[in-house]
Design a protein around this ligand. Structure first.
Ligand SMILES: [Zn+2]
Length: 297
């Protein structure tokens, strides 16, 4: 992992290789008060993150923001809370409570650690601003995108944007639990902020080009879904016979299968975030890949 200062008192904590369950975090501090954007999947990774934060500031983070409910971003909450207050979208708290530690069952071979699930204590639905010293951290729900409870953290003075998994530079978007059109809307709104630095939920620190690349993928996906539906293909069949083109170099290309399930659902009238059972879709992604989904958490 690497800790990179992207603005004064603002760090991106980037974990390689950024694949399944290997997420990024962010740290905002003024030498005293500190805020953390997301935690990590396993106890050992969360403890390593805590050590990295300690090297920046002796005061433990008072606030942990969960950008969405997925376990790689939230299962490390217990390492920080208490004393931290965990903040998230209202839907994220609901989804965490409903699904618990389900991620651990998807990859039972990972050493997850034994930390308990800690739910967000402070929730909101639209916007919430937190001040860390002189730094303003604007939390904002850009609508359903990667999930239905996504929150981004925007630092207007520093022009730094923490996107959670709405944007994952160098990695394939994943909208199975969110929305294709919602993601397009959200990413356009994020681009309108004109960020200088984009820290995605996975992948290396990037700039606004990561937003444009995400938009291009989502448009390509939606078009592919339209052609697949017209040809009577299932999402898996459409994915198997598709050339990934410009997106072939991105991590986790198998997410195309899952993304097509969401795109098909939306094209046939399903509202954003309508529940789609994930277990059969994960099985189909493994068929596309020709083996188990790799997780190096
Ligand atoms: Zn996620």
């Amino acid at each position: 992992m690497s800790l990179r200062e992207v603005a004064d008192g603002v760090h991106a904590y980037v974990q390689a290789d950024g694949g399944w369950c290997v997420n990024n975090a962010g740290v905002v501090h003024d030498g005293g008060a500190a805020l953390l954007v997301d935690t990590a999947a396993t106890e050992s990774r969360a403890l390593a993150l805590r050590d990295a934060v300690r090297r920046l500031t002796p005061t433990p983070p008072g606030v942990v923001v969960n950008t969405h409910h997925h376990g790689d971003h939230t299962l490390g909450n217990a390492v920080f809370a208490p004393p931290a207050t965990v903040v998230a979208h209202t839907t994220t708290r609901h989804d965490m409570a409903a699904r618990g530690t389900a991620l651990r069952q998807v990859w039972p071979g990972v050493d997850w650690g034994g930390q308990p699930l800690v739910l967000p204590e402070l929730t909101f639905t639209d916007r919430l601003t937190i001040h860390i010293g002189r730094t303003e951290v604007r939390l904002w729900h850009p609508g359903p995108a990667h999930t239905t409870g996504d929150v981004v953290a925007w630092l207007p003075a520093q022009r730094v944007l923490f996107t959670g998994d709405v944007v994952m530079p160098g990695h394939t978007p994943f909208v199975l639990m969110g929305s294709v059109h919602g993601s397009l809307h959200a990413v356009a709104a994020l681009a309108a902020l004109e960020p200088a630095v984009v820290v995605g939920g996975h992948g290396p620190v990037a700039g606004p080009e990561a937003l444009h690349a995400t938009t291009a993928y989502l448009r390509w996906l939606d078009d592919l879904a339209g052609r697949g539906l017209a040809a009577g293909l299932t999402p898996l069949e459409a994915a198997l016979e598709t050339d990934l083109g410009d997106h072939a170099g991105w991590g986790e290309p198998e997410r195309l299968v899952a993304n097509l399930h969401r795109a098909y659902a939306e094209r046939t009238g399903a509202p954003p975030g309508t529940y789609l059972p994930s277990a059969p879709v994960f099985t189909e992604m493994e068929r596309w890949l020709g083996g188990p989904l790799p997780c190096s958490a």
